[in-house]
Ligand binder design. Structure first.
Ligand SMILES: C[S@@+](CC[C@H](N)C(=O)[O-])C[C@H]1O[C@@H](n2cnc3c(N)ncnc32)[C@H](O)[C@@H]1O
Length: 312
């Protein structure tokens, strides 16, 4: 994906251009690399997402993205969830794989990919109504499109994206339903060449493991929320570490900062990071939540947020 682009401020030559940097124009940002007399576009921002998800990497994706190597042929997310990292750029690699063991997510992304018009039509009459919300929980649908629409509706309209309680709004305006329909159209295009899998990650990782494969893994944490597919207690943290120790490809793993995780991955690069957890504490300062990024390749520097990173 080599594309040459003209940037107004570099019209007189690219001499002042750093080897690699972030640029914005047309209201999008790009990662560009100097090459010969021109610039190679390495990455292009993708501005859409479909849904919020428990443990979703909405905030951390901006820290994670620069740590992902460029020379990869296959990009794989074995614990895909809402795919916030996958959807950060228009393309990570020529081959991209989304996976989640939760069949509701895999069905949703498949319907978005293959039936965007039908799915959007199914969602047209879904109102921000408590009655419809409770009804959609009680009757999750018969066809795949109905199931996808009701699942997306329930997650989008629920408190904390948990799919349980109807979220009332008192401070912010109601999230837009027509916005969701617009997102479906854009994400359908983004998924055009993405393989959607619905496997146990423990089976998927060996299947896609090659020397030029890259795995971004965001498993169930050792503390905190569990999932429909596996609770925190059930999840085989030791088994995951065993698989990752033997893989041929590269991986970047996000986890909670716990002694257990540090011990399991003591022979890898471990980078502690912290982020605001979004829940305001008693003194109204945002509480910091500590996490770890773990890789089997060298990471030189964790970039602090730039001007572009701070955009929402
Ligand atoms: C922390 S979330 C991933 C969030 C995602 N990175 C995002 O940005 O939205 C973990 C996901 O792993 C899935 N999961 C749990 N156990 C799994 C397994 N054994 N194989 C594959 N997926 C699994 C859950 O269904 C959940 O969606």
């Amino acid at each position: 994906m080599l594309r040459w682009i003209e940037i107004p401020q570099f019209k007189d030559g690219y001499d002042t251009f750093k080897t690699q940097s972030k640029h914005t124009f047309d209201d999008s940002f790009y990662i560009l690399q100097k090459q010969g007399n021109g610039l190679k576009m390495l990455r292009e921002e993708f501005k859409w997402h479909l849904l919020k998800w428990i443990g979703g990497k909405r905030i951390l994706r901006r820290t994670i993205a620069p740590l992902i190597p460029e020379d990869i042929k296959t990009y794989i997310e074995p614990f895909g969830g809402a795919a916030w990292v996958l959807f950060y750029y228009k393309k990570w690699a020529s081959c991209e794989i989304y996976n989640d063991l939760d069949g509701r997510l895999a069905n949703l992304f498949r319907c978005v990919k293959y039936h965007p018009v039908e799915l959007a039509r199914e969602m047209t009459y879904m109102l921000a109504s408590r009655e419809q919300f409770l009804n959609a929980i009680k009757y999750p649908g018969e066809t795949d499109i109905q199931k996808a629409a009701r699942f997306l509706f329930v997650i989008s309209r629920s408190f904390g994206a948990k799919g349980e309680q109807f979220a009332i709004q008192t401070k912010q305006s109601l999230s837009s339903m027509s916005g969701i329909i617009e997102r479906i159209e854009n994400i359908s295009k983004r998924l055009d060449r993405v393989t959607i899998e619905n496997k146990n990650a423990f089976d998927l990782i060996p299947l896609y493991d090659r020397p030029d494969s890259f795995f971004y893994l965001d498993p169930v944490y050792t503390k905190g929320a569990g999932y429909e597919t596996s609770s925190t207690a059930q999840f085989d943290h030791i088994g995951l570490a065993e698989i990752l120790k033997g893989i041929k490809g590269r991986f970047l793993l996000s986890y909670d900062d716990s002694p257990k995780v540090k011990d399991l991955y003591k022979n890898f690069n471990i980078i502690p990071i912290s982020r605001a957890n979004g829940i305001k504490g008693g003194n109204h300062k945002e509480k910091q939540y500590k996490e770890l990024l773990i890789s089997n390749y060298e990471i030189k520097q964790v970039h602090g947020p730039t001007l572009w990173d701070l955009r929402q």
